[in-house]
Design a protein around this ligand. Sequence first.
Ligand code: PRX
Length: 645
Amino acid sequence: MTGYPPPPEFAARANVGPDAHAHAEADAFAFWAEQAGRLQWDTPWDTVFDDGEMPTARWFTGGRLNVAVNCVDRHVTAGRGDDVALHWVGEPGDGRTVTWAQLQDDVCRLANALTALGIEAGDRVVLYLPVLVETVVATLACARIGAVVSLVFGGFSADALRFRVADTGAKLLIATDGQFRRGSAVAVKATADEAVAGLDHVEHVLVVRRTGETDVPWTPGRDLWWHELLAEQSPVHEPASFDAEHPLFIVYTSGTTGRPKGLVHTSGGYLTQASWTHWALFDAKDDDVYWCQADLAWVTAHTYVLYGPTSNGTTQVLYEGSPLTPHPGRHFEVIAGLGVTVYYTAPTLVRTFMKHGPELPAGYDLSSLRLLGSVGEAINPEAWRWLHEHVGGGRCPIVDTWWQSETGAAVIAPLPGVTVLEPGSATVPLPGLAAAVVDDAGRPTPPGVEGNLVITRPWPAMARTVWRDHARFVASYWAPYAEQGWYLAGDSASVDEAGYVWIGGRIDDVLNVSGHRLSSIELESALVSHPRVAEAAVVGAPDDVTGQRIVAFVITRDDAGADDTGLTEELRAHVARRVGAIAKPREVVVVTDLPKTRSGKIMRRLMADMTAGRGGGDTTSLTDPGSMTTVERAWDAHAALRDRT
Ligand code: PRX
């Protein structure tokens, strides 16, 4: 294989050496027990892995620990209290440096405050917060008292937030007065109020002052200011121990229906894999300045900001703003300014930087960088090489990490001091993990032939269930290969002659836009809730920067024409209100018919192929094969009009 072997000087100092895979393969459960031993347990476990209730496997049964103690107190006890835990960079240019001792102080104060508000172990707390130190504090304070946290992306609408608050049955919502969005302050407390209106289980709304909004709408008795509440509390808090299987957080993700799924992750196994994979993949060292640029509400940041790096005592950068505000070189300026050593990013952002040319990173001193990471979608080899050369100076390995909200932590990824890298491939399963690419009957596909990606052995960070819907958990992931006991990931992939995995696209109706997971059906439901829309089909069309872009085909109730830009804007605004700005369709195409099977299922695949220029799909299963011709004509007319303007 040609590839990129690890630079010898990197390999010589790497946390994980070449025998890691073989060592783990000898006994995977013993390997995970060894990694669990990196954590601080109050009571040791009796059984490493208990599959009595598969697919709800239980890890480290009988063991008890406190996740927040592992992620904060341990480092203070070890004498690192004055070391920096967080370099926070605010969008308007403000900033804050937080040591481990200060983080412990705040986490304890909030833990005391939450208890004073009546929050008990097992209660749910929803966070609707941007990337703030308070977001980290709140997450870890919940862990400290055993409350189950769910972080909701600050760009989601009141409706999307309301769904999550209602579904979790949260007692407390933590929000801000406002948020900065691309340079301007936007009020958000009213959105939070709208989301909780009439939900009796929400006892309090705790408000972090961020933008200094005036006239913040206020419900006396229910609403509380964060700074007032924390000032009253003691910075000393006695942590309790929780069962290894105690739920830690619920992360919502899109699946194949209109209802997002709340994946439940638990404590001991999750933290074991989050901690070990962060240490191994990002080669975590005490003198690193590590930066994972994902928003804290996405699963990426749960594992590789909130829990993994904190458990390893790694100094991190937290960046509140949008990457291109106030200028496109902002990330590089932060890397140079803070001496970032490890930068974990996303292909869509790399492609955005590429548009500005190599002069953009060349304008900054990026010599502190030693390792790069990528996540969210397959990184195209061109973007990989650009990142390697122009950001990494040709010397930094790139860890392309394949994983999902469901897997909880990385599954397929290179070890930076060991694996020969191939641009575009996430390479091979990490030590202790096992995956395969198989056909529908479970037979491995020959090299180079696409099949379904499955995980063939249980892993500690696996989601345990879908919140309040275990049947959906079983049906979505475990039923297809129930006989073998494999997990169906929902991605297509192929394996090459060398055993490297190449991830293809989703095999279900899930879109990936800028690394964000969105469901066709959820977007279609949002569209048909608009009075002018009778039917809708949403597909992901290929896009140079965002990977996929959202194209909506709609049948209107009125006689809107193909070039009705008013309708397009109306529908974009409507979807933003229903779901959030990230879900807005880029293009809206008015059609008079949609291709459907005899059972009434919309054949999105045919339309997706058409937008990708791959025509001529099999239309024999359609009720009316002519329907596709109608759609093709509408698409051609739309594309001609789009390209002219
Ligand atoms: O399709 C795969 C893609 O993102 C999906 C998981 O999305 P989510 O649960 O939001 O988690 C994203 C961050 C972990 C996967 O099913 N995906 C994620 N990382 C990669 C990827 N596809 C290819 N290569 C990757 N490195």
